[in-house]
Ligand binder design. Structure first.
Ligand SMILES: [Zn+2]
Length: 198
């Protein structure tokens, strides 16, 4: 089922995710719907906050990336082919930046429509997470994978990519951000039938 993607200006995007305690059918359904929604919108990742849930949960899919099989990573000390792992679901992820280069690259975000901007991030991270069965894993990643993991992990902490942009980059997209924020406040939140009390 396709889910509505929340937009910049909606309060849920600033909410920290709660730990997932139940690894049940409803978690599977939510994750599957998030993957479907991510694919439909041509996204590389999608976090729970972007579909209206404050959970420590995100999904990624980098199958479209030309360099996919050249990316450096290690999952539980092994190197399984990334295209077989995708899409990946991360439950209760904790991300630690590792020593590495800081790299600036242009990012977009499904909650920001087509607004893009350069974001500087470390090129080496370690993510401890659980899969949909609750099994624990450790993913150490570099390259674009490390970037996407940081972007999505940030969402689960209520942090957005604009928070990590330099002020010069922000100035360039300021007016479009303002427009999006105002639209989100007036618009979609009200037409959602299950969101208001009345
Ligand atoms: Zn995003």
């Amino acid at each position: 089922m396709l889910l509505r993607v929340t937009k910049y200006g909606e309060a849920i995007l600033r909410k920290k995710g709660k730990r997932v305690e139940k690894f049940d059918q409803s978690l599977r359904k939510l994750a599957a719907d998030m993957v479907e929604t991510m694919h439909e919108n041509d996204g590389a990742g999608l976090a729970a906050q972007q579909v209206g849930a404050d959970l420590l949960l995100f999904v990624i899919d980098l199958c479209w990336h030309e360099e996919l099989n050249r990316m450096r990573y290690e999952l539980d000390g092994r190197h399984p082919p990334l295209d077989l792992l995708m899409p990946m679901v991360f439950v209760n992820a904790q991300l630690t930046p590792l020593k590495g280069e800081m790299i600036s690259a242009e990012e977009g975000c499904l909650s920001f429509n087509d607004i893009c901007g350069d974001v500087c991030r470390v090129d080496h991270v370690r993510v401890e997470y659980q899969d949909l069965d609750g099994a624990k894993h450790v993913l150490v990643a570099q390259d674009w994978l490390a970037r996407v993991l940081q972007h999505e992990y940030d969402h689960t902490q209520g942090v957005l990519f604009i928070d990590r942009m330099e002020s010069q980059t922000l100035r360039g997209i300021e007016s479009r951000l303002k427009k999006l924020r105002n639209t989100a406040r007036k618009g979609p939140a009200k037409v959602e039938p299950d969101m208001g009390e009345e």
